[in-house]
Design a protein around this ligand. Sequence first.
Ligand code: ACM
Ligand code: ZN
Length: 608
Amino acid sequence: MKQQKIMKKHFLHLLFLFLPLTLLSQELNVIPKPVKAEAKGGVFTLSENTKIAYSDRELVNIADFLNDFLKEHYNLQLFEKRTARNGNNLIRFILDTSAEEESYTLDIDRNSVVIRGDRAGLFYGLQTLLQLMPTGRDETVTLPQAAIEDKPRFKYRGAMLDVGRYFFTPYEVKRFLDLMAHYKLNILHWHLTEDAGWRIEIDKYPLLTEIGAWRRGTQLAHPAETFDRLPHGGYYTKEQIREIVSYAGERNITVIPEIDMPGHTLAVLAAYPELSCTGGPFKVLEQWGIQKDVMCAGNEQTYTFIEDVLDELLEMFPSEIIHIGGDEAPKDRWKQCLKCQEKIRMEGLNDEHELQSYFVKRVGSYLQGKGRKMIGWDEIMEGGLAENAMVMSWRGEEGGIEAAKMHHEVVMAPTSFMYLDYYQGTPGEEPTNIGGNLPLEKVYSYEPLSSKIPAESHHYVVGVQGNLWMEFIHSNPKLEYMAFPRLMAVAEIGWSDSKKDFNNFSERLSHNLVWLDRKGINYRIPDVISHTHKEIEGDQFDLVLSPPVEGAKIYYTLNGEDPMQFGKPYTAKVSVKLDNSEPVEVKYIIRTVTGRVSGTRTLSFRKK
Ligand code: ACM
Ligand code: ZN
């Protein structure tokens, strides 16, 4: 009887595990999840006779995108023609200027593929189409017949790259932009200046890049307190910036530059010490942490410098929104500085917080005078928020909630959900990171519309952003490892409706990651899909595992040995015995079809 009950329970367990798989085989594996997506059964087959038709001249590069993809993955090159006419064996892009912003419809039937939308929507319809293509290299290129209607939940779907701590080449930035675009992210917040490096060419202040872009080495805070003697640096020329901005624009991505001020400016002060309170000297930061030396807010030269830099910046960046940082600016120097204290007196300010507010408001109104809008980290609210300023909420959601209530636009990027520099697995099993704990499932669970924001202020929350601070991200493979797949969860939060189903997301992800394998992206292979309950009733249980990437294999040990050396391939459920004292540790690795291997991970089961 008891045995029977256990059997039944396990049967149900298996059913729950595998039922979704069979149901979902009908589902379209698209990330982010479309508003409506219906598979109709049957396929459309591409051949060399299929043509790409586009209704307007401005769509030619969308047609080219598709052709480049087909060439790269299937060695197919299709004829492109500009026409709005219907026909068979066509992939049609039809511009609909009355469509909602970034929206599209995608209809795949036996004879043709039709995508309609505004310019951005057509680009996104194309991204959806690409995700529906077969992942195998030598297959016939078929697409599932489907009807999709789609549009974004939020207009701001961002990722932040901190290229100040470590410089990333234009090629690497573009590669990142490609991935962002593929998942319908539309904002690159480009953190271009830091204590540890200034990364953008400014003609009027050549020392910013001659001095400020380079450091002699890097003090690695842990694990071993070692000094990396490799000098580090680099910057983007104006030409490179323009090229990246335009590359992003072709992919419907706006680049918002950040010039962080008044804090995080040691690289500026190393080049121009007269902009500090003390006069220096300074050197470009070689270790991580918040610096007491910030720009002097009492010196008019500081404002002249900022306005000059912004003038050149605005020529390079068409974005309406400009990020002025504002985070982590200690007031120590200002308290001691005669100029800063004089400014406080002259402006009738109460304290150094109001001085920061004065500083931020002054920069904000300069930008407003140039037709731009300022965004800053939530510290810009301290001492009074500038008119029209947007707030990026990072120290939790409180800043964002307050700002939305005050009718300011808000981007939600709280550390606890959106800091993709945080650990995503057990620290001992992961490369060294800054700290924190932010597994994929937690990122995915984020809801930007806090219940503390009254409904009538919801629309002030314009979106979300995943942040990649680079203190411990020194290379492009590490960047890809930290960003993916978590950024795909951010993309889904930004695009799809608020209904969340992590299992469903994981299924779509497992298919999508095969694409990232093919592209050679060093994403973190997610944890194995397994029992959610780790406390087991009875002396025995059936270990049920399924791979987090389609087609991948799992190798495991139950005796603590290294699965890379001794792992058995997991092919079917395994009966595992438990005793009272010790938990059973399942150590495993995952190997994808292209041969990529995860790090060793551990699942621990114990008797209840
Ligand atoms: C920040 O993380 N300092 C905005
Ligand atoms: Zn000062």
